[in-house]
Write a protein that binds this ligand. Structure first.
Ligand SMILES: [Zn+2]
Length: 110
């Protein structure tokens, strides 16, 4: 019986299940979790159907792209500030320039 469970658990893990950090509430056994269902390897109970709140995948909106670009811009500015090497400064400036272009395009789409 226990062997079957171990097998099943191994199969589940192969199919992308994950080990749960919380032990089984009944026997403190190790549990695996797949598609919101936790299976205890020791006693085989599935005490809870963990409803994984369905979250919409984060939408990549123009504004989030802008935020990323702004962050990059900030990083680059800092980098530029600290860079002593002129060649590298040029490189950073080039990147900033293309970043600005991308930002303009992103804004234009709204
Ligand atoms: Zn258990």
């Amino acid at each position: 019986m226990a062997e079957d469970l171990t097998k099943k658990a191994a199969e589940m893990l192969l199919q992308g299940a994950t080990l749960l950090s919380e032990p089984c509430p009944y026997c403190k056994g190790v549990r695996v979790m797949k598609q919101g269902q936790a299976l205890c390897i020791s006693c085989g109970r599935q005490p809870e159907k963990k409803e994984i709140p369905k979250q919409d995948p984060p939408k990549v909106t123009t504004s989030s792209i802008e935020k990323i670009l702004e962050k990059k811009m900030y990083d680059l500015t800092k980098e530029l500030e600290q860079e002593k090497d002129h060649e590298k400064q040029q490189n950073i400036l080039k990147t900033i320039n293309s970043l600005l272009e991308t930002m303009e395009k992103a804004k234009g789409k709204q």
